[in-house]
Design a protein around this ligand. Structure first.
Ligand code: NAD
Length: 499
């Protein structure tokens, strides 16, 4: 066991500024209206820094800077941009612990996750898009003897990006790496709950980019996000967040006829077929582990396996084993490397989850384990902790249909294959899903029949840069990751040339 020193304490690997302004045109710029807001850590509930409260004026300044840089950055060669992305990845690797602790402190998530998953994945995304942009080739086709078609991929220009708080650095990276690789300039608005993580990242990488290529405007959704998404000066808006907010973003973007990518909410089914339990071996063990993934990142994952569907013939025994496994999840100080589950990201999020504990009980769902706020005592008693919670109920209940975004799984049974697929698809969402079966045919068929952009088969929660990610139905529009992501940040120029 090791425990990282809390930021502000002797020996901490992170030092925050007392306040963070906007980052515009390569320098820190105070907010036009002069307002700041306090930023608390979910670990203890106490504020640790102040953040500039952005408004439309700040967004305009950031857009000025981005437009000033767009032509030169857009004309750099893919090799030059790839070098910058690789150097960003190097710097992140050199400062891995600082980034990991910063995100843990601001978001409340366990440091072992940020050290071993979030930040390494973010680093790999920069490296992946550095490779992809160099490998991209245009097309030349001879139409006839005298006519030739040339196709060029050009950057869109200046793009807006709005991100959530659940994986601050990784969500920024998913958007920044392809946008910058394609030669765009960016105005990024972090979530109001987790802006400091982005500024810690900037402190390591900002000098690698020409001024104006990457600009960050802090602030709240309506005050800073809306002017960005509504601006006629952006060529695209990329958004990750709630489905209700995604609808608004589409409305804003429609005024200017600009493309959107929307990565929205989910209510992912985790489907366990009976053959999973045909032997108590390593496969069975892996399936139980897959069940407990509902508590990964405190359940604050858009693809959280928040609905478990278990075949009736193994229902009781599998749920009993999965419950035992859930009780082994070690909750504690997020800065302790043994901790598996930390704090919820904000007091609002904590309150929302507690309200769903009440809703589930009122609907007649049975609490199998958990269902309460967790008091970890001492310095942590002001933090935002809840118990990992298993409900048993019916797929029609609100706890099965609405995104709770906490460490809560709602469990129900199914009789046969058709019942499993029908229940899995009985949701507005279509982001993630998993199927568990030893039978390749069943697993493949269910993987194809479930309406979700990502279906894990006999595993859960892997996010490699080269696998496309995104939603069906109300879970979004477009894809992130994979080289196809470049299509979302480029436009095609055709020259039709007579000789
Ligand atoms: P949210 O929609 O409340 O906020 C997301 C971002 O949008 C924040 O930066 C916020 O300030 C901004 N925003 C809010 N209202 C706005 C408005 N009117 N105009 C412009 N910007 C506005 O979402 P959240 O609570 O921060 O994040 C959790 C949600 O994100 C969950 O629904 C989760 O499923 C989803 N999510 C999806 C993915 C994915 O890849 N599909 C990944 C992570 C999170």
């Amino acid at each position: 066991m090791a425990e990282y020193a809390a930021p502000g304490q002797p020996g901490s690997v992170v030092s925050y500024l007392d306040r963070y302004d906007h980052f515009i045109g390569g320098e820190y710029v105070a907010p036009a209206k002069g307002d700041y807001f306090e930023n608390p850590t979910p670990v203890t509930g106490r504020a640790f820094t102040e953040i500039a409260r952005g408004t439309a004026d700040d967004v305009e300044r950031a857009l000025d800077a981005a437009h000033g840089a767009a032509r030169a950055w857009g004309r750099t060669s893919p090799a030059e941009r790839a070098n910058v992305l690789n150097r960003i990845a190097d710097r992140m690797e050199q400062n891995l612990e600082a980034l990991a602790v910063a995100e843990c402190w601001e978001n409340g998530k366990a440091v072992r996750e940020t050290l071993n998953a979030d930040i390494p994945l973010a680093i790999d995304h920069f490296r992946y898009f550095a490779g992809v942009i160099r490998a991209q080739e245009g097309g030349i086709s001879q139409i006839d003897q005298d006519l030739v078609a040339y196709h060029f991929q050009e950057p869109l220009g200046v793009v807006g990006q709005i991100i959530p708080w659940n994986f601050p650095i990784l969500m920024a990276t998913w958007k920044l790496a392809p946008a910058l690789a394609a030669g765009n300039c960016v105005v990024l608005k972090p979530a109001e709950q987790t802006p400091a993580s982005i500024h810690v990242l900037l402190s390591f990488i900002a000098d690698l980019l020409p001024p104006g290529v990457l600009n960050v405007v802090n602030g709240f959704g309506v005050e800073a996000g809306k002017p960005l998404a509504s601006s006629s000066r952006i060529a695209k808006i990329a958004f990750t967040g709630e489905t209700t907010t995604g609808r608004l973003i589409m409305q804003y973007a429609s005024e200017n006829i600009i493309p959107v990518t929307l990565e929205l909410g989910g209510k992912s089914p985790n489907v366990f077929f009976s053959d999973v339990a045909s032997s108590r071996d390593s496969f069975y063990d892996k399936a139980l582990e897959g069940f407990t993934m509902f508590a990964l990142n405190q359940g604050e994952v858009c693809t959280c396996p928040s609905r478990a569907l278990i075949q009736s013939s193994i229902y009781d025994s599998f749920l009993a084993d999965a419950t035992e496994r859930t009780k082994l999840i070690k909750q504690g100080n997020p800065l302790d490397t043994d901790t598996m589950m930390g704090a919820q990201a904000s007091n609002d999020q904590l309150e929302k989850i507690l309200s769903y504990f009440d809703i589930g009980r009122q609907e007649g769902a049975k609490v199998v384990t958990g269902g309460e706020r967790a008091d970890l005592g001492g310095d942590l008693s002001g933090g935002y902790y809840v118990q990992p919670t298993i409900f048993e109920g019916d797929n029609k209940m609100r706890i099965f249909q609405e995104e709770i975004f906490g460490p809560v799984v709602s469990v129900t049974r199914f009789d046969d294959y058709d019942d499993a697929v029908k229940t899995a698809n009985d949701t507005l969402y279509g982001l993630g899903a998993a199927v568990w079966s030893r039978d390749g045919g069943t697993a493949y068929r269910a993987g194809r029949d479930i309406q979700a952009g990502r279906v894990w088969v006999n595993n859960y929660h892997a996010y490699p840069a080269h696998a496309a990610f995104g939603g069906y139905k109300d879970s979004g529009i477009g894809r992130e990751n994979h080289k196809m992501m470049l299509d979302h940040y480029q436009q095609t120029k055709n020259l039709l040339v007579s000789y």
